[in-house]
Design a binder for this molecule. Sequence first.
Ligand code: PLP
Length: 376
Amino acid sequence: MEHVFPTYARFPFDIVEGHDVFLTDNNGKTYLDFTSGIGVCSFGYSNELIQNNLAEQAKKIWHTSNLYDSQIQDDVAAKLCNGDQLAFFCNSGTEANEAAFKLARKYTGKAKILAFNNGFHGRTFGSMSLTGNPDIQAGFTPLVPGVEFANYNDDEAISLIDSDLAAVILEVVQGEGGVNVADKTWLQKVQQAAHDNGVLLIIDEVQTGIGRTGTKFAFEQFGLEPDIITSAKALGNGTPVGAMIGKKKLAEAFGPGTHGTTFGGNKLSMAVANGVLEQLTPDFLKQVQAKSKSLWDKLNTEIKPLEHVTDITGLGFMVGIHLDDSLKVGEVITQLQNKGLLTISAKYNTLRLLPPLIMGEDNLVKGVELIKDVLQ
Ligand code: PLP
């Protein structure tokens, strides 16, 4: 690629076609997909309802701006929100977090926000400033001021939550930061301290949401009731969409002219999001939970005992296989590609698995066996 900035270390093949949970590259090689395009294509690559919704909408109208009512935005918002929430639509995860950051400051009239080491919230200035990874921030200072960091799952963080803060932002499973799962009791203490001090709780569900961990949002499994939730990735199954969902009371700070984006809530993305949410039924989520259980049984019996595996962490269809220093995750990923399996990495030499949620147990087992072969 000669004409594109080299911001990504790309593998030397181009994925040109997808069907179900399989992808084919420009050399005609087919792969079983354990990535979903970094947690995006949870319904795979040829979902009929999504394809039909997109094609039908494309024939009607693509773009109208946000100057007019949009029934399709309201339909998606109704599926996304509970009765006490409203949605703001944008185009990506980082934009959803920017919206949350702005809303938290404006609603509370306070500037400070507490975020966590190894958290990831995006690459634009606000979201990057909330991202607890100095490698991602390097070279871009000065960052947005007012952000403090604490250690994840550490009680010291609770003592930092005081009435000077506008918000606390966190992922309940840190994806990019190494697939680190939050402790339920710790999360509830964070929530309690936030409530006691008039601090908003923002949960970033960009990677964990839309069924990835077995529930619509991962926080549901931790007994939380966030003030703001951010979503993106799987919400559009590959079309660019982000959403910030917030409690209705916050609307007083987000009136006309306060925030916006030209493409946010565009009708093509909304048609896809409608198709995604329509299929994210309790029954579908039950199937994801049942398949997750078999996946984790297999991981615990076949992969965890392997010599170079130090731990396996995650929740549902979000898995981190932690490797010791003698194996480089990049080399493992390349060897798996050679065997026809696509995987990705996370921080700290972690092999990350994010299979499409529609994957059947036979293919989940096949993938785990390929991983076992390579790790052995
Ligand atoms: N938040 C989380 C938890 C993410 O995992 C990501 C992307 O990986 C983002 C935010 C940023 O999303 P986007 O790349 O759509 O801007």
